[in-house]
Design a protein around this ligand. Sequence first.
Ligand code: OAD
Length: 264
Amino acid sequence: METIEAIRAILEKGNVVAMTGAGISQESGIPTFRGKGGIWERYNPAIYANVAGLFGVFLTKPYRMRDFILEFYETIHNAKPNKAHYILAEMEKRGILNSIITQNVDNLHQEAGSKNVIELHGNMLRFRCTKCMKENKFDEEDLEEFIYRLKRASRLQLIRLIFPKCDCGGRYRPDVVLFGESLPQDEFGRAYVEVENSNSLLLIGTSGIVYPAASLPFYAKEHGVAIIEINPSPTALSHIGDYTILEKASIAMPKIFEFLTPPI
Ligand code: OAD
């Protein structure tokens, strides 16, 4: 059987879960972390991916820190979901896909219309009080204003902008998981249950080297879940995949789903 046909036969059974990484948003204009042109090529992750490192940059080179944050928020602000995001949202609407487990913090799955999105590494548009845990989510206007003010902020204003005060006296911070921090346990637990109860796992655009997220496909394999990988390059997870399509997400996804009836 042709690979695409075999994949279609698996996906048509429904009960699909998708797990996505930075690669799915690459064609929306958001660079991946690793590889050529990746974020970690320009910002050393040993410094920029953990609280202690970021705090050090903030104290010694506040504008370098500002530029790092600004780049993230501007990129997300300019990005729109691509075909792959929309196809996943449509699969959910049609009852084929149960949920998306994402490592991305860009909110593009929700923008595309997906409802059941499990965010393992948080969301850049959400801020969380480090004391009372209250959450505050940016809408489009908030984001625009944040970027506008970030560009013009003095050193002191930078602290107030990035870590605004909460009513409880604590301070908010972007609700994202940095290296060395725990994943949100509820989300991670839900992800395990979703994987365990699925027939197939669609792995899209992740290098599969960041744990504990990368443990989920192995858990799927143990539970007899079929693994279909979409990635232009082989990854650390390819060897456990039942099928790998070595193509960009926005090319591979329409190819697979035009075969569904009715086609997506
Ligand atoms: P990576 O940057 O590690 O990997 C991106 C993957 O996407 C690579 O395997 C690419 O080959 C693939 N890719 C590139 N373009 C693609 C396209 N158009 N379509 C499909 N795939 C494409 O990103 P993640 O695996 O998401 O964590 O990284 C995992 C975590 O590492 C991130 O969530 C982040 C990072 O450090 C934290 O910050 C905690």
